[in-house]
Write a protein that binds this ligand. Structure first.
Ligand code: FUB
Length: 339
């Protein structure tokens, strides 16, 4: 009897392992989780998904989010605190709608929430809002960051400098720009031309402006050539995130219409990055968006899927899995669980 009880326990443990990691925000739909450790505590800055009744289209109009909540926890397995509304579109003078994937950075006792939204001309820009506390509430600047455009800001701190990464194609409007100027035309490169790149710019000391013109973040293949626009399984689509492991810079990002999170590595936060492989395979729902952070000695992959909403792609739920770098620094692929 004892032996079969033991087998049964083993089975339950194996089953629990095979299941998805726990969802972090039951009762509220959340997506695009940007995670950071501030003062030893884990803070997560996600999008707040809602059903607003806007029909689904290729521009992502159904992602019609109106505010942000911040979540925090002592440990990755601990209780999750929902700190309530941290910023609402009504309180952002320049923004009209679609509060998409945000991020947060900390400098000199202040917390800076970076977020994309459409302005009154339906053009995405990136805004910043400031608080004395990591959970907010945040007060938005009157104008968007000068010279900002497109979506999915993420801020990477390295050796006292803060790098703002951003960009996303299709509904994220990156293809409407060349050399940081808006053409307004949807010009994607031909499939045999270099793919569009995420952008990076140093933030200035105010954390409210870029200190330089945004640069292309090049992603190269194994031969040193830029990934091509037709290389849909590997080229950048949206959701750029940078982390540093053993002195190397890791850029991870979503491939959008092929639904992977991939990664590439470099010796500098500016790149060029060389493509390495897949961090996370497709999840339930169209979008895949993540962040990578180290807490208590463990690397964590925050991500989302649409399983709790029965697969509704604009109603997502955030979750977290452990991430492993092997001895050579290669990331072991996490299975997203798409059926
Ligand atoms: O949440 C809205 C958009 O969906 C994000 O900005 C993209 O990265 C995708 O996850």
């Amino acid at each position: 009897l004892l032996r079969s009880f033991g087998v049964c326990l083993l089975f339950v443990a194996a089953w629990a392992n095979a299941e998805s990691p726990r969802y972090l925000t039951p009762g509220i739909y959340t997506a695009d989780p940007s995670a950071h450790v501030f003062d030893g505590r884990l803070y997560v800055y996600p999008s707040h998904d809602i059903e607003s009744g806007i029909p689904q289209d290729d521009l992502g109009s159904h992602f019609n989010m109106q505010d942000y909540h911040v979540f925090s926890m002592d440990s990755v397995d601990g209780e999750v605190t929902d700190h309530g509304v941290a910023l609402s579109v009504e309180d952002v003078p320049w923004a009209k709608r679609q509060m998409w994937a945000p991020d947060c950075a900390h400098k000199d006792g202040k917390y800076y929430l970076y977020f994309p939204a459409k302005d009154y001309d339906d053009v995405f820009q990136i805004g910043v809002a400031v608080s004395d506390k990591p959970e907010g509430p945040f007060k938005a600047e009157a104008e968007a960051i000068p010279g900002s455009y497109s979506i999915d800001p993420s801020v990477f701190e390295d050796e006292g400098k803060y790098y703002l990464y951003f960009g996303g194609i299709w509904g994220g409007q990156l293809q409407q720009y060349r050399d940081n100027q808006r053409t307004g035309a949807d010009q994607e490169p031909a499939s045999d031309e270099p793919a569009l790149c995420p952008k990076v710019a140093l933030l200035d000391s105010s954390m409210r402006s870029m200190a330089e013109e945004p640069r292309d973040v090049l992603i190269l293949d194994e031969k040193g050539d830029p990934l091509l626009a037709g290389d849909n399984a590997r080229r950048f689509f949206e959701a750029a995130w940078v982390h540093k492991h053993q002195g190397r810079y890791y850029l991870s990002y979503s491939t959008g219409d092929t639904h992977n999170i991939c990664y590439a590595t470099a010796d500098s936060p500016y790149g060029p990055f060389t493509y390495q492989g897949v961090v996370l395979t497709p999840v339930v729902g169209w979008t895949n968006h993540h962040s990578i952070v180290k807490h208590d000695g463990r690397w964590l992959l925050f991500h989302h899927d649409s399983q709790p909403s029965g697969g509704q792609t604009h109603l997502r739920s955030i979750k977290v899995a452990e991430l492993q770098h092997d001895e050579e620094g290669r990331i072991e692929t996490v299975q997203g669980g798409e059926k």
